[in-house]
Design a protein around this ligand. Structure first.
Ligand code: XIL
Length: 381
């Protein structure tokens, strides 16, 4: 018997075909399914419904064999966690660092993963390189040239391998709903955003172009939701080439058990308005924050799984939802461990696999939600 590839082995193992076993498989002993029978990969369940499924990955995770294995088993697509961002590519005015993004692109290409691009303009000082924040432009056109040069450098290097770009990230202040101000908007105002989309369109005419933000169902997010809606309306009114809205889907401040009917209604009202503008929607960075849940693992996992199922049932009812990406596949490698740590130092459980690379009940919730979803017209390849 010819040796099967890892991906084929895992597909067989996950396909429920016990009779096939794992004989002939490469390193089958490290199959990351733990005690839970996995069933088909999430990418398969999603694609049966016209959806893409994938995860963020960092170039560091390329050196983690088990992480790679999970990515290749579960995901049809991936997004670079930090490698396309300005702070990685342009850490100082004289450096262009494509090496980490190149490594991810090579991995994706060699393994048949498609790739989402994130992000061409993170319009928020907190995440913009210090040297960019310190720039003082003399005019709008000088700013426009600078931005065009930076964005086109990134897009040209990775087009056409990237099917979608988060062109602009987080341009709306989450507390006020107002457009954020940065060194780049000082002379251009919101025209900066239009310009970023037009440059992306010119250099990647076939890619889906997205605005991505973290407004959510949380009650603390009301001004953010309203601000994003008005912002999208302005973009549409100005004829900006935008195809959809990326719903990051982090729950930052409220806990999974606070996803009440009232909050769901607010969120549905928001999503209805977005799709009413003719935009598609994408879940781009799903993870679950358990900061304020009591530490008991079974308790947290049960709540996280039931929230995951409820959130996805709600979202998958939209035929305009075309893809689902989670923000990392393994708990201890998820950004929330350090960005919003628990006060009791207990490890968070925000993703579909635990820190021993074992699938959690959250994975089952996602699989069940995909199984229950209606078919939708897929986004362009
Ligand atoms: C996060 C990464 O996960 C971290 O490693 C990094 O330190 C900060 O950025 N919204 C986004 C993502 O759009 O790019 C962020 O990723 C998480 C919040």
């Amino acid at each position: 018997m010819n040796q099967l590839s890892r991906r084929e082995c895992l597909a067989l193992a996950g396909g429920g075909s016990a009779a096939l076993g794992l004989a002939g498989c490469v390193n089958a002993a490290t199959t990351p399914d733990g005690d839970m029978p996995l069933g088909p990969p999430l990418r398969t369940l999603a694609s049966e419904k016209g959806l893409r499924f994938g995860s963020a990955m960092s170039s560091g995770q390329l050196d983690d064999a088990k992480y790679r294995e999970i990515m290749l088993f579960e995901c049809g697509t991936m997004v670079a966690e930090n490698e396309h961002k300005w702070y990685t590519i342009f850490p100082d005015p004289d450096t262009v660092n494509f090496a980490p993004a190149d490594r991810l692109a090579t991995f994706a290409g060699e393994n048949g993963l498609t790739m989402r691009g994130h992000t061409l303009l993170w319009h928020r000082e907190m995440w913009s390189p210090e040297w960019v924040n310190a720039l003082e432009f003399s005019s709008a056109s000088e700013t426009a040239d600078f931005v065009e040069q930076k964005i086109s450098l990134i897009v040209d290097r990775y087009a056409p391998a990237i099917y979608a770009w988060d062109v602009v990230n987080e341009a709306i202040d989450d507390e006020t709903g107002e457009f954020r101000q940065t060194s780049l908007s000082a002379k251009m105002g919101e025209q900066l955003i239009d310009h970023a989309f037009h440059v992306a369109k010119a250099h990647a005419p076939d890619a889906t172009l997205t605005y991505n933000d973290f407004m959510s169902w949380e009650s603390t997010s009301a001004a953010h939701r309203t601000g994003v809606l008005r912002f999208l309306e302005r973009l549409k009114a100005r004829g900006v080439p935008i195809d959809g809205l990326g719903l990051q889907s982090h729950s930052n401040y409220e806990m999974p058990n606070e996803f009440t009917r009232a909050r769901q209604r607010d969120w549905v009202a928001f999503c209805d308005e977005v799709v009413g503008m003719g935009l598609d929607i994408y879940i781009t960075e799903f993870d679950v924050n358990d900061t304020r849940l009591k530490p008991d693992i079974a308790y947290r996992d049960a709540l996280i799984a039931s929230y995951t199922r409820d959130y996805f049932d709600l979202m998958l009812a939209y035929p305009q939802l075309k893809e689902v990406l989670v923000w990392g596949m393994v708990d201890d490698q998820n950004w929330l461990q350090t960005f919003l740590p628990r006060t009791d130092d207990v490890e968070k459980r925000p993703t579909v696999y635990d820190s021993d690379y074992k699938a959690k009940s959250m994975r089952r919730a996602l699989a069940d939600a995909f199984n229950a979803a209606a078919y939708r017209q897929p986004m362009a390849p």
